[in-house]
Design a protein around this ligand. Structure first.
Ligand code: ATP
Ligand code: MG
Length: 187
């Protein structure tokens, strides 16, 4: 599951858990993005903070893991590089599923080497309240849509809440609330 994870929130975790259940996945690997090229108009927290929040949020689940592939690679994150790195790390016999949000899946055709990435993984688009996804233009054999229990949480909203001094308890895992405070993120 790729994302900026600035911060990771319970919507991400529920989505990962649902997709893992639906597709009987052995593991979910969370891959925080490096320098986010599609978001360069907004400030993004340091990769190390986003990585550590993702580790904290996923630590209690034995099937959840975090990869440094994108944050350790130089330059902007392209999904094709992520998939190649994961393929190399997990070997040729592993089925890869790339989990992403409906909004990100819509942009899939704007990604570098869009045709090639479909050969590397099955794509799973998860829905969030307020996003309608039309998969009509996407290759049906390699793209699935999964409805996750409605959690109208976004990282943008979490950051805004912290900036306003409002609580993010129960929107993000407890350890992430504490990490945000400790590092004075989003103030
Ligand atoms: P931001 O508001 O900064 O864009 P975000 O909440 O969308 O953050 P990302 O790190 O961009 O978080 O999310 C990674 C992926 O998870 C995205 O493709 C996004 O659509 C999906 N996602 C985020 N929140 C939810 C949610 N509540 N339910 C389902 N999918 C979600
Ligand atoms: Mg987003």
């Amino acid at each position: 599951m790729g994302g900026t994870f600035d911060p990771i929130h319970n919507g991400h975790l529920v989505a990962a858990s649902e997709v893992a259940d639906e597709f009987s996945l052995d593991e979910v690997v969370f891959v925080p993005t490096g320098q986010p090229w599609q978001k360069d108009e907004v400030d993004v927290s340091p990769a190390e903070d986003r990585y550590l929040m993702t580790v904290i949020a996923t630590a209690s689940n034995p099937r959840f893991h975090v990869s440094r592939a994108d944050i350790d690679r130089k330059g902007p994150t392209y999904t094709i590089d992520t998939l190649r790195d994961l393929r190399e790390a997990y070997g040729p016999d592993t089925d890869l599923y790339f989990i992403t949000g409906a909004d990100a899946l819509e942009k899939i055709l704007s990604w570098k080497d869009a045709d090639e990435i479909f050969a590397l993984a099955h794509f799973v688009g998860v829905t969030r309240p307020g996003y309608e996804l039309s998969a009509a233009h996407l290759p049906a054999d390699t793209v699935s849509l999964v409805q996750v229990p409605a959690m109208a949480i976004s990282s943008t909203d979490c950051r805004a809440r912290v900036a306003q001094g409002k609580p993010v308890w129960y929107l993000v895992p407890d350890g992430v609330v504490q990490y945000i405070a400790k590092r004075s993120l989003y103030r």
